[in-house]
Design a binder for this molecule. Structure first.
Ligand code: ATP
Ligand code: MG
Length: 269
């Protein structure tokens, strides 16, 4: 059996009486890339927000590495090793790439201590420097370290965001649409980085993503939400073949395209 990462059990979330997530259970273990997909408004980001502790569920439990964290806040979950990115990027655009990535580790070390900058030991500063260098390297953006974020393309910014969360030394990552704004080649590059995090470093990833090519190519296992309910779970191949999943997506063409993804030319040209 694989080591537990994040587990969601019987989750229900309501907003002003409307059910956004309805009795959803899912598992994203360590060393696996688990996808959470579904049409707009299906409840993906809401599920993420409950996983990271930003939202309290009406009903249900969240476990992190086998420990119930339902009543723990976001900071406590981050301290245990849960990192996340947001659907809308939150980078500091006037700072350099290196500074943004370093923040990932600094925030983790600082915890809730506002005097961290003054109190950091030499050893902690070395840790920040080393983690930053490694994260830049893993994400292939070492050459951009001295550039300010505002001078970068969207694709490069997405990689900075990933490097920042990676630098935080989180063992479990929640990634909300990391490929949005990327072109085809950049998406493929991102996919390779995600696979290497999972395969070479044993990280667990729960990925929300609209780019079906990316999802089908990189995920080990998928959960499909529709109107807040889990309508399907299975491997990418099983998901592509599922009539339930096809029906869930109004634009069924997307799913038809998904079926062609094993084509090594990637449907280009
Ligand atoms: N803060 C909120 N207050 C009220 N309703 C909300 C709130 N956040 C989300 N919702 C509603 O909950 C449902 C699920 O939204 P959610 O953002 O989780 O969907 P999603 O699957 O992430 O969609 P998308 O693919 O567009 O990002 C939607 O009907 C949405 O309008
Ligand atoms: Mg969303």
């Amino acid at each position: 059996m694989s080591e537990p990462g994040i587990d969601v059990a019987d989750l229900t979330v309501r907003f002003e009486g409307n059910v956004a997530v309805d009795t959803v259970s899912l598992s994203a273990p360590m060393g696996r890339l688990t996808g959470l997909i579904g049409p707009n408004g299906a409840g993906k980001t809401t599920t993420f927000n409950v996983c990271s502790g930003l939202l309290r569920p009406a009903v249900g439990r969240i476990s992190l590495f086998g420990v119930d964290v339902t009543r723990r806040g976001p900071a406590a979950r981050a301290r245990r090793g849960l990192g996340r990115t947001f659907q809308r990027m939150e980078l500091f655009t006037s700072m350099t790439v290196g500074e943004n990535v370093a923040l990932g580790r600094e925030a983790r070390l600082a915890g809730s201590n506002p005097l961290w900058q003054q109190m950091a030991t030499r050893r902690q500063r070395t840790t920040v420097r080393e983690s930053t260098a490694e994260a830049l390297e893993v994400c292939g953006i070492t050459g951009l370290a001295a550039e300010t974020v505002q001078s970068l393309s969207t694709g490069q910014r997405r990689l900075v965001e990933l490097a920042r969360v990676y630098a935080g030394d989180f063992r479990m990552l929640l990634l909300d649409e990391p490929s949005s704004g990327l072109d085809h080649a950049e998406s493929e590059h991102l996919g390779r980085i995600l696979r290497s995090l999972v395969e070479d470093r044993g990280v667990g990833i729960l990925l929300v993503e609209h780019d079906m090519a990316l999802v089908m190519n990189v995920c080990d296992y998928l959960y499909v939400l529709d109107f807040g309910r889990l309508v399907f779970q299975g491997t990418p191949a099983e998901t592509q073949a599922s009539p339930i999943v096809r029906a869930a997506y109004l634009g069924a063409e997307d799913l038809m395209e998904m079926a062609d993804l094993s084509d090594p030319t990637g449907g280009e040209g």
